[in-house]
Design a protein around this ligand. Structure first.
Ligand code: ADP
Length: 491
């Protein structure tokens, strides 16, 4: 075992608070803080998108892409890890290239493989230039999927990379980064890797598959999802290769940052509160109703904050809405995504102005007001690798109603009226009826004020912080180093 901290490089295309479209950013912004507080030298690399403020420039070097030499400029910044013991700064390196990253959004341009191919190559080169030799490089999702392969290749010619272990985390298997074969030539990656046991996928190059195949260990963000993705139903076409690596595939549920997501000190909510002071939570509900033009009342208020995409179970939610609203509750939705869902929920809100408000857009402040102001939080997902919404909701005393899949199954236990155990309402079948029944059970309990408040208090007091989960990542890194013969594997 190691008796000192490790050198860790975490690579992600999104890191909160600098760039966020979903849960990946939350993880990449908060796991490093917990690892730093546990005594590791952890550093983070991400692209420098337009608008990111940085401090000094610490390096620049050329990276070959598409037959051209592109310049990578390395700028620095940091994220601050605070605990009762003090503050530590986690260095963040922003890899900058005007052509690839100075654009109005993060994704969905035609040249994704070159943008992130550049980024992956630049991450490897930057370590050498900066003289930061990691024990473990932790890559996340397809945007950093080529790095384990690039490190293996580089290790053949440069001892700097000898025995450096790699860990790859799948945050969502649906988004794979699949591109035409020619990308290999453009990125200068050898054609010998283009075969079904390598990064080839039905005639294309697949960045996610590269991460899965070439990393020393891999994990996903809940134990249930780690099992699910090894089946054809959830495997998104990669279940075969995942079954092959099943001995190296782990599940670690995400945590949330307890400093950022703290109802007692959150500057974004209308009135701060904790589990001993639920009257103040009620103030949040009334303020939210006022802000969104709903009648101010004690009717149960359901919330949803989500990307509006197929994965999130919005089709069954739409089908269940008439019967849910007929039970006299209110519903507040915040989300952006597929136009079909944006229009359908907006239309529903227009039809039921006294019961429903739909805000289409991405708004971090309003999101927190909804977590704080709602009684119930809906996540009827078709699949959900981990899900952060339900964890944030519980911390703010909004009881989750979830489908039993992925990380939702690992973090929300169904309420049992006989024993009082459980922290939410869970349904299994992917149908509107099953969702309606779960909401109905929740609303029944809501009318029993004492039982409801007990449930809310208990949910708020559960521990979904990063502390415990970061320790599991440390074990995973040690496991990865064990594969390289670097350390004794823990018993
Ligand atoms: P996913 O990563 O699939 O989007 P998660 O539940 O893991 O889902 O994480 C979603 C995160 O993004 C949560 O922190 C949630 O509050 C936030 N979020 C999602 N949609 C919005 C939105 N429209 N406005 C603000 N925050 C949002």
């Amino acid at each position: 075992m190691l008796d000192t901290g490790m050198n860790i490089l975490l690579v992600s295309s999104e890191v909160a608070p600098f760039a966020k479209t979903g849960g990946l950013a939350d993880v990449a912004g908060s796991l490093p803080k917990a690892l730093a507080l546990q005594g590791n030298d952890i550093r983070v690399m991400m692209p420098r998108y337009r608008g990111i403020q940085s401090h000094s420039i610490v390096a620049d070097f050329p990276v070959e892409v598409g037959g051209r030499k592109e310049t990578c400029i390395v700028r620095t910044g940091y994220i601050e890890a605070k605990s009762d013991m003090g503050t530590r700064r986690v260095p963040v390196y922003f890899l900058d290239n005007y052509h690839y990253f100075d654009r109005e959004r993060y994704y969905m341009f035609g040249d994704e493989p070159l943008r992130f191919g550049f980024f992956d190559k630049a991450c490897v080169a930057a370590c050498e230039v900066l003289g930061f030799r990691p024990d473990v490089v932790h890559c996340n999702d397809w945007q950093s999927g080529l790095i384990p392969l690039l490190i293996r290749e580089r290790a053949k010619e440069n001892d700097f990379w000898k025995d450096v272990a790699t860990c790859f985390t799948i945050h969502n298997l649906r988004y794979q980064g699949r591109f035409p074969r020619d990308v290999l030539r453009q990125l200068g990656i050898g054609q010998e890797h283009f075969h079904p046991e390598g990064l080839e996928y039905y005639g294309d190059v697949n960045f996610m598959k590269a991460g899965i195949v070439y990393s020393d260990v891999l994990n996903t963000v809940s134990e249930t999802y780690a099992k699910e993705i090894q089946t054809p139903e959830f495997g998104e076409g990669l279940d075969g290769i995942l079954r092959k690596r099943s001995k190296d595939l782990y599940g670690i549920v995400n945590g949330i940052n307890y400093h950022e997501f703290n109802p007692k000190s959150d500057p974004r909510v209308y009135a701060t509160y904790d589990s001993t002071d639920l009257a103040r939570k009620r103030e949040n509900k009334h303020s939210l109703q006022r802000e969104l033009g709903l009648p101010v009342s004690d009717a149960p208020l359901l919330g949803l904050v989500s990307r509006l995409v197929d994965q999130k179970g919005l089709d069954i939610l739409l089908a269940a809405m008439p019967s849910v609203l007929a039970q006299g509750c209110q519903f507040v939705l915040l989300g952006t995504g597929d136009k079909f869902f944006e229009d359908a929920f907006s239309e529903l809100a227009r039809k039921h102005p006294d019961q429903m408000a739909a805000v289409i857009g991405f708004n971090g402040v309003l999101a927190q007001k909804i977590y704080a102001g709602s009684d119930l939080f809906l996540m009827p997902s078709k699949f959900e690798p981990c899900g952060l919404g339900q964890l944030i909701a519980m911390r703010y005393g909004s009881i989750p109603v979830v489908r039993k899949t992925g990380g939702l199954a690992d973090t929300v236990m169904d309420y049992d009226g006989d024993t009082g155990s459980g922290n939410g309402f869970v349904f299994s079948e992917y149908t509107a009826k099953a969702l309606e029944n779960a909401v109905k059970r929740a609303l029944n309990l809501y009318s029993d004020k004492d039982a409801w408040q007990k449930l809310v208090r208990e949910a708020m007091e559960m521990d979904f912080s990063w502390n415990r989960q970061a320790a599991l990542y440390t074990e995973l890194y040690i496991e990865a180093m064990g594969r390289k013969g670097r350390v004794e594997r823990p018993a």
